[in-house]
Design a protein around this ligand. Sequence first.
Ligand code: ZN
Length: 299
Amino acid sequence: MGAPRRATLRFTSIAIGVALAIVASPAAAFCRSTTCTGDCPRDADGCKTTGKQLFWPGVCVGVSLQRDGSVNIPIADVRSVVATSFATWSALDCGGAAATISFSQLADVSCHQTEFNTSAPNANIILFQDTQWHYKGVDNTLAKTTVTFDAKTGEILDADIELNHAYNELTVSDTTVVVDLQSVLTHEIGHFIGLDHSPDPDATMFAGYDDGSTNLRTLEADDIAAACAVYPPTRSGKCEPAPRNGLGDACGASAPTTSGGETSGCAIAAAPSNTANRLLSLLGLGLALRVRRRDRFRS
Ligand SMILES: [Zn+2]
């Protein structure tokens, strides 16, 4: 991938340590999300060491676009970028056989919020926040993926991706790029399928985005290794793209709840506006805060 990205000496030494420690899989620097939330123990690579690892139980996951899209991007363009971004993670080559995860674009939905309903229909929603952003970071947070899972098994029940178009100019152009929607989505879909940030600076799941870049549109070896680890070709599973309790158009009839599961969020955040370096962070987790702080003071 393009120009060097945040390859500090500290990260380099960590990457070498991992490569030596994991003899069988020298390229496996990736981290998986787990059921542990809050201040979780992590290894030298920054990967959580406790909790069940997250995964979608089926081999097909249904995804819906929030029907309003964005006021600033034609809906046809949004639909195309969403489809392309999910296709990037679909049926990846795990050394001659395909990873057992793919996606189905289901009907658009009117619900414009992240939620999981235990006793009402659901949708895995891609939605734009055009006028407000409630999360930490405000203007320097580009997107947030909320994953709801079974805390006992790590099974993912629902996932929603919110895009912060209220404070950032998301673009779909290949040539005039501000914040590339496809890059942001491709990174967030990694969280959507159960991946955490990777320490590999070349990985799309690395916690960084450079303004004007389209680098994160493609997956790197570390990202593919991660997907293959979670969804190996040998895994058996049914293709049932319908969300839990069926596809729901409106937000749930019952009060949104995460009972029986927990919710973790990941956000893409940007460095202060006087730098060209946007960062991706896990809200509330120490690793992301350290990364942001280190880059914040780098010129
Ligand atoms: Zn992220």
